[in-house]
Design a binder for this molecule. Structure first.
Ligand code: CMC
Length: 389
């Protein structure tokens, strides 16, 4: 075919134009629709940022209010879909449960599947934003053997989610405002990150004119991997291993540098950032604030800080420009909030949902979109005759 270039892992090839998120990896800059992530984290809310990403501008107060109300009204799952979770094993990973639940939305909402009908895209967007957190909480409840709660639509997006996770049928539940604000901030920091692996997956699946639920379900599966969203879970396992082994942080760093059995410093390094990930800075601040406010003392935070300090001053990491990424400190906070380790990547998925939706919609609205179909360089056998029989 005359094809001569290959770009494994898309290191040099842009797959699209996009107006949603800007990253300068050398300088450590991240902006949503032009607004710096630091200002978003300080001034916005999860749903306001979702609106910004999806529709392109900040909402007016009444637009935001209406958006919030519509989402609250769609939180209930169909009763059969609620029971769908019963059919899955208790020890299933909550990410597998979540992607299955989102995939199943296509079976319940067959009226909202057309990617070319703006009204259907709109209702699918609302349904996803409303129901994904509920399904995520059910994945959690299932894993600990507790009864599912129904959503409480008098509560905000984040508070409702907290109650669904930590409330029980036996006692009233009071949301801790420190936890609520910190979780909202973390979710906001995850809302978009341009063409990462899961977003590219959502776009690739969506480019076939597959529906939004099918595309997002694929995105959740892409996020599951430990090199992507699964890193937040992997970081906590790594910190726990270092603590349990008693070998000390320096020893672990040596093993990483020796590339022992593919050992990596999880939560470090990034394809795009060759500088401190601006989200990691904000998450690190939150980690100290939340632990202090909750009166939690966690040795894992000390281990994480020691690891960071050693790595930032070591030539191996300096030469390769490896810095902490967003996943490095999130796990310590989620743990202090009471989430089990296996829920960490699920929290990332809730955070990233607006970005996936924004990219899927941007792609579908662009008349220049073509089905995603990479080329290959064939390295197999030349033509040969099948043996005579
Ligand atoms: N620990 C030790 N060495 C590393 C690490 C790490 N975390 N990350 C990269 N390197 C080394 C790698 O071995 C290679 O060294 P050499 O040149 O000697 O072969 C060099 O740095 C370049 O690495 P790469 O694998 O070519 O870089 P990449 O852009 O393909 O990978 C990454 C990016 C994020 C997959 C990788 O840095 C990594 O595996 N990090 C750990 C997992 C992680 O924290 N992922 C979360 C990413 S951020 C948010 C998200 O997507 O969830």
């Amino acid at each position: 075919t005359g094809l001569t270039t290959i770009d494994s892992g898309f290191v040099n090839t842009a797959s699209t134009r996009s107006a949603i998120t800007f990253i300068d990896g050398e300088k450590g800059i991240l902006r949503y629709r032009g607004y710096p992530i630091e200002q978003i984290a300080q001034k916005s809310s999860f749903l306001e940022t979702a609106w910004l990403l999806i529709y392109g501008e900040l909402p007016s107060a009444s637009e935001l209010d209406e958006f919030d109300t519509r989402i609250r009204r769609h939180t209930l799952l169909h009763e059969d879909l609620r029971r769908f979770f019963d059919a899955l094993p208790t020890n299933a990973h909550p990410m597998s449960v979540l992607s299955s639940g989102v995939s199943a939305l296509s079976t319940y909402y067959q009226d909202s599947l057309s990617p070319k009908d703006p009204a259907q895209v709109e209702i699918s967007t609302i349904r996803l934003l409303a129901k994904l957190p509920v399904m995520a909480a059910y994945a959690h409840k299932k894993s600990i053997g507790q009864a599912f709660l129904y959503p409480d639509n008098s509560l905000s997006f984040v508070d409702n989610f907290l109650k669904l996770n930590f409330g029980t049928l036996a006692e009233p539940y009071e949301v801790n405002p420190v936890v609520s604000r910190a979780l909202e901030r973390l979710l906001m920091l995850h809302e978009d990150h341009e063409q990462n692996a899961s977003t590219s997956t959502v776009r690739l699946v969506g480019s076939t004119e597959a529906n939004l639920f099918a595309s997002v379900s694929a995105g959740i599966n892409a996020l599951f991997g430990p090199l992507h969203g699964g890193a937040n879970e992997a970081v906590l396992s790594m910190l726990g291993e270092i603590q349990a082994s008693g070998e000390g942080v320096e020893k672990y760093v040596e093993r990483v540098k020796n590339k022992e059995h593919g050992v990596r410093l999880m939560g470090f390094g990034h394809r795009v950032y060759k500088n401190y990930d601006p989200r990691a800075k904000l998450v690190k601040e939150s980690a100290h604030e939340v632990l202090a406010a909750l009166g939690v003392k966690d040795d894992l935070l000390d281990i994480a800080q020691e690891l960071e300090h050693i790595a930032l001053n070591d030539d191996y990491f300096k030469e390769r420009k490896l810095y902490p990424n967003v996943d490095f400190y999130t796990g310590v906070i989620y743990k202090a909030m009471g989430f089990p380790t296996r829920m960490f990547t699920v929290l990332f998925a809730i955070g990233r949902l607006p970005g996936w939706v924004a990219h899927w919609r941007e792609m579908n609205e662009d008349p220049a979109t073509k089905i995603g179909r990479p080329q290959q360089l064939y390295i197999g056998s030349p033509a040969r005759d099948f043996p005579a029989r």
